[in-house]
Design a protein around this ligand. Structure first.
Ligand code: BTN
Length: 259
């Protein structure tokens, strides 16, 4: 498996700040914890924390995230204006989609709110954590976990819902190209945020969730309906059978034909 040392990531990397400082660990609990500590200490914007293996990877809603060697697990530290916080999930999802497309030729899709799928199965999860005081963002951390070289045959309980790039391609994937491309795409999209609504449109266009009958679960609540559209703040608009429209800010979608 190829080396992902800091120098191999930063060498001639075509970004101004994302990925220009790399903190690398062969093995770590979670890149999110280290990123939070580094952000609180004032790390440079764009600093990334990357681990070859996480032993306590974190998923959304307190789930665990499996992150064995061969996968990609990284966190990016940013200090955006508060108005851009809702766009970070769109930015991260699109950066993953565009970089996977460019490096592998595979065609990923997005499932609201933040899963990247290939052929209907999850290949990447994204976790955003931030600290905001009033109107001031102390920091925002984008955590990205990509099933790169992950043999699903080793985790049969996951195979109905998850896939990996190596399983889809039928060969191992050199991770370095993908990581570097991901950083370039993330910075390009981040710098384009002040230019307006284009990121929202690109994200909306990639969502396989829209136009389908779905169940959405948040906490103990489950709601069923037609996923009609997404709002610019990233929330999902669900048309219920009584004709009413429900706005869902956070939740998990079950796409009915996948389950
Ligand atoms: C999810 O789909 O539930 C989100 C998964 C996010 C996983 C990534 S891997 C890098 C970063 N470190 C973590 O502990 N979690 C995120």
């Amino acid at each position: 498996m190829e080396n992902i040392s800091p120098a191999s990531i930063t060498d001639n990397l075509e970004t101004h700040f994302i990925g220009q400082t790399v903190i690398y660990y062969p093995s770590l609990t979670s890149t999110m914890g280290v990123a939070k500590r580094e952000a609180q200490r004032g790390a440079a914007e764009g600093t990334i924390i990357i681990a070859d293996e996480q032993v306590a990877g974190r998923g959304r809603v307190k789930r665990t995230w499996l992150s064995p060697r061969g996968n990609i697990a990284l966190s990016i530290i940013l200090y955006p204006s508060v108005v851009y916080l809702p766009s970070l999930i769109m930015l991260a999802s699109l950066a993953v989609v565009y970089s996977i497309e460019a490096v592998t030729g595979l065609k990923p899709q997005l499932k609201w709110p933040n899963d990247v799928l290939i052929n209907g199965r999850k290949v990447c999860g994204i976790l955003i954590e931030n600290s905001v005081r009033g109107n001031r963002v102390d920091y925002a951390i984008i955590g990205i976990g990509i099933n790169a070289n992950f043999r699903l045959a080793d985790f049969p309980e996951l195979s109905p819902i998850a896939t990996s790039l190596s399983d889809e391609l039928g060969r191992e994937l050199p991770r370095l190209n993908l990581i570097r491309r991901l950083l370039v795409e993330a910075e390009r999209l981040y710098l384009a945020l002040p230019s307006g609504e284009s990121i929202y449109r690109q994200w909306q266009d990639r969502l396989v969730t829209l136009g389908r009958r779905v169940k959405v679960r948040w906490g103990k609540t489950i709601c069923e309906g037609m996923a009609e559209s997404v709002a610019e703040d990233g929330s999902l608009l669900l048309r219920r059978s009584d004709g009413s429209l429900t706005k869902i800010v956070a939740g998990d979608v079950i796409l009915r034909d996948y389950v």
